[in-house]
Design a protein around this ligand. Structure first.
Ligand code: HEM
Length: 502
């Protein structure tokens, strides 16, 4: 068949496909009014303004009329809670994940990655966390020393804070998930691969065109996926070729290989990709924003230093420390109250804008029946900035969570203080790790990595804003992505100096 005929066929089929998406079978949406496309554009520019405006003028439940799709926003506290506890057969996490990641993960890979009995113990089991600890410390020393040397040799040049932290967190995660050797050899390439995936899957054109359409984006995604699969396959092949030598390695891939539950390398590649995706953005951005506030607020930094120096834990984290000393030191760091509060406040203040589910059948949300096959969003960001739940919600206060047990819903305990929250309702709204069946499996891993790296960077180094500190003062969240902790608009320059021994 001639090339032009093939092209014509492809265009005609694509046009039909688009028409079907534009004119879907009629459905009944909630009675609340829809928000038009121009108003939605405001969402991108100023999400707080947009969501507050929509909330005030339309109520807590409204839908966006985006022609091709009609996502529903459910912004009440009740909807927020229902979201986490609802069953797959109503509001489906898996289906939403399959849709969002359809071009990089197959349906089977998404389900393989949902095998919680392999996820939770493999990532956040007690002994596994202990075994991940030394790697987290080593990577932090390596990068911190490199940054300190660069700051010394080029005192007028500033390092890019978000880029530095992204490299550190990528190395820590790859080291723990696939091994340090893999992280050293392929870290830079993998960071670029993941970034390329992330940018590509958020492109709207992916929602319109069928995946066989000859668009360069699909070719690029396929090439990136093939490269990722090849990297993981060669790692698995090497391990299977010499099982005795590799059986005792402590990374997550080896844990999966030892469990021997999967037949194909693609399944391992899918799981590791899902985990790495889940881990990287939120952890990188949480650590970076914490450092932005420490650079910006000298009082906060002084108080943190008092806590860190006063704890005496730094001596257990020296390069020559024994495994027991390291484990004891890391465990102690997890209990430092101000460090804990600062990270919670970062997760509140910079929480993701939206979480998404997909209705598998008509589902009642906030008194409205949402039709089948609809994306439903809640906004952790809006909940976390609600004056009904937090005093002065738009102010960052590092000590806001000192003494507060925000986990009441999960532990059954009550909040021990009302400082920074209202009427003991904090636990209902503040869920930095989600809740219910899809609660984050990386919580303990992330907290160990975040607290250990932050502790080390402050205990042994002095992070300072670069130049006139404009980058730090003007750092604001970039809301181009709906899901996940926001990135930073603009560059934040910083330097790391070694602290003189006290
Ligand atoms: C500061 C860091 C992190 C934050 C704030 C965070 C937050 C969250 C939230 C809110 C959810 C629930 C999503 C929903 O209900 O739609 C979630 C799920 C998830 N997170 Fe995290 N996360 C972080 C770090 C990590 C890390 C380090 C890993 C892996 C090691 C990870 C792996 C996952 C996975 C696999 C899920 C889905 C669980 C499931 O399928 O049931 N996360 N995370």
């Amino acid at each position: 068949m001639a090339m032009s005929t093939l092209l014509l066929l492809a265009v005609a089929t694509a046009a039909l496909y688009v028409l079907r998406r534009v004119f879907p079978p009629s459905r009944s949406y909630p009675r609340a009014r829809g928000v038009s496309l121009p108003a939605f554009l405001e969402f991108d520019r100023d999400p707080h303004k947009f969501l507050s405006y929509a909330y005030q003028s339309l109520g807590p439940l409204f839908w966006l009329d985006l022609i091709l799709i009609r996502p529903v926003f459910a912004l009440s506290l009740d909807a927020n809670n229902l979201f986490y506890t609802s069953a797959e057969k109503d509001l489906s996490f898996n289906q939403a994940t399959i849709d969002v990641t359809q071009h990089i993960l197959t349906r089977e890979q998404v389900f393989a990655a949902r095998l919680n009995h392999l996820l939770l113990p493999g990532i956040s089991g007690k002994s596994r966390l202990v075994s991940y600890g030394p790697g987290m410390i080593d990577w932090t020393w390596d990068f911190a020393e490199q940054w300190a040397n660069e700051s010394l040799s080029d005192p007028d040049g500033g390092l890019d804070l978000f880029q530095c932290i992204s490299q550190l967190v990528t190395s820590i995660c790859l080291g723990c998930f696939v091994g340090d050797a893999f992280a050293r050899e392929h870290g830079i390439e993998v960071a670029a691969l993941l970034r390329s995936f992330e940018v590509d899957i958020s492109r709207p054109v992916l929602r319109i065109l069928p995946s066989w359409f000859p668009h360069p984006l699909f070719r690029r995604i396929a090439a990136t996926r093939a490269r990722w699969n090849a990297l993981i396959k060669s790692e698995i092949d090497a391990r299977k070729a010499d099982p005795e030598a590799t059986r005792s390695r402590n990374d997550y891939l080896q844990y999966l290989v030892n469990e021997d539950k999967f037949q194909h390398e693609e399944e391992y590649a899918g799981i590791i990709l899902g985990i790495t995706f889940g881990a990287l953005v939120n952890t990188t951005m949480t650590l970076s924003w914490a450092l932005v506030h420490i650079l910006k607020d000298s009082d906060l930094r002084k108080e943190l230093l008092q806590e860190i120096d006063g704890s005496g834990l730094a001596t257990s984290l020296e390069p020559h420390s024994t495994a027991e000393e390291l484990a004891g030191g890391i465990a102690g760091i997890q209990r430092l109250p101000l460090l804990d509060s600062v990270l919670k406040e970062v997760m509140r203040y910079y929480s993701g804008l939206a979480l998404v589910r997909y209705t598998m059948r008509p589902t009642m949300v906030d008194g409205h029946v949402i039709p089948k096959d609809t994306y439903v969003f809640v906004s952790p960001w809006l909940t976390n900035h609600s004056p009904a739940l937090f005093d002065g919600p738009d102010t960052f206060r590092g000590d806001r969570f000192m003494g507060i047990n925000y986990d009441r819903a999960d532990t059954g305990k009550t909040a021990s203080s009302k400082d920074g929250c209202k009427d003991g309702r904090l636990s209902d709204g503040f869920r930095p790790w989600g809740g219910g069946p899809h609660r984050c499996i990386g919580e303990k891993f992330a907290l160990q990595a975040l607290k250990t790296t932050l502790f080390l960077l402050l205990a042994r180094y002095d992070p300072v804003a670069h130049g006139d500190a404009r980058g730090v003062r003007e750092a604001v969240p970039e809301w181009s992505k709906l899901v996940g902790t926001p990135e930073c608009k603009g560059r934040v320059g910083w330097q790391l100096k070694r602290r003189s021994p006290s």
